[in-house]
Write a protein that binds this ligand. Sequence first.
Ligand SMILES: Nc1nc2c(ncn2[C@@H]2O[C@H](COP(=O)(O)OP(=O)(O)OP(=O)(O)O)[C@@H](O)[C@H]2O)c(=O)[nH]1
Ligand SMILES: [Mg+2]
Length: 378
Amino acid sequence: MTVTDDAIETPDDDFDDRDDVVDVEELDELLAQLDDEEDDEEDDDVEDAALTLGAVLYDRDGNPYVRDDLFGDEGTDAGTFKSGFCTIVGRPNVGKSTLVNQMVGDKVSIVSSKPNTTRFQVRGIYSTEGAQVIFVDTPGLHKPKTTLGARLNESALDALADVDVVVAMVEAGSAIGPGDKMVLERAILAVGNRSNAALKVVVNKVDKSGPEQVAERLLAVSSVVDELLAAKSFTKVNVDYFPVSAKTGKGAKVLVDHIIRSLPQGPAYYPTDVTTDSPEAVQLAELVREQLLQRTHDELPHSIACRVSEWEWPRVKVEILVERDSQKGIVIGKGGAVLHDVGVAVREAFAAEMFLELFVKVEKHWQRRDDALDRLGY
Ligand SMILES: Nc1nc2c(ncn2[C@@H]2O[C@H](COP(=O)(O)OP(=O)(O)OP(=O)(O)O)[C@@H](O)[C@H]2O)c(=O)[nH]1
Ligand SMILES: [Mg+2]
């Protein structure tokens, strides 16, 4: 075990070089679909495309397109460039999205003080001259009460398959509870006995706790991890511990450096000038939801879903779904004040030239209905 902070450096670990490349079936499939109309050279094309894979982006209408100006394609030395996927898991509200934004250096995932803010996997891409990390932000793992909750957990667990690095996050300010243990167990199972996968345990929000409490939490979490490793008889897991403040950025650079060190050699999967592959329409709907989360309380945040219903740039309509008639008025606000403020903030964050129309609709019990969840993409 190695504990790091800004002052304590971790000795370089010798991670095995590996030849196998990250699981990219999904992207392969998409690329294959895009090439479907192509003729006999299809196989070669798909293979070439797969080599430069990951360059699947989405235009403003949500249609996928391929960019072939990949950094890893020509500009990098295939022998030394490193790349891979790093999934961040933890209980709701521990600060996963804040950390991903901090590590990427851009806001790719929305953040709020309400639990269960993140509702699907969000990829944040961080590129340097020698490496590219694809961070995967996930919904907080929790005991689900609704169909939505169960889907959130599924989505987080799916993101643990075939990753190079797992970041398991706990909070400095609260004891390691059963929820954290479950997260740590899942994280350990994901890296298991794979000598080429690494686990980074992050104790977050150290800005809110004194050094003694942080030290205590590091010890507590490491003994839980040791117990779990022993129980599973996993002997090859690389585990490091990092006290971090995702909010202030303290400790984040050390963590990123260690993550990069744990990556296998490989090409840049995305153009180096992009920070996420989320379609713009999804990013916008998320920004609207983030603003609403800031302005609503109790159960209401869970009942809100947003989606773009029309995109005729610069005119965009976003539908805000709530579950009950009584919630509609709260979201609209007195004289439309809440919606007005949300609109102003979202235009400021996204694009000032946008004409943004916000509509509130009641969709009864959407959190418990598979059909509604499917439509919302959860
Ligand atoms: N003081 C402090 N607050 C933090 C830190 N990291 C995150 N937060 C706050 O914690 C709350 C939750 O942050 P998120 O990043 O949305 O947490 P999350 O783990 O992604 O939550 P879910 O998406 O709901 O699972 C927000 O109010 C953040 O501002 C930190 O290092 N220090
Ligand atoms: Mg989140």
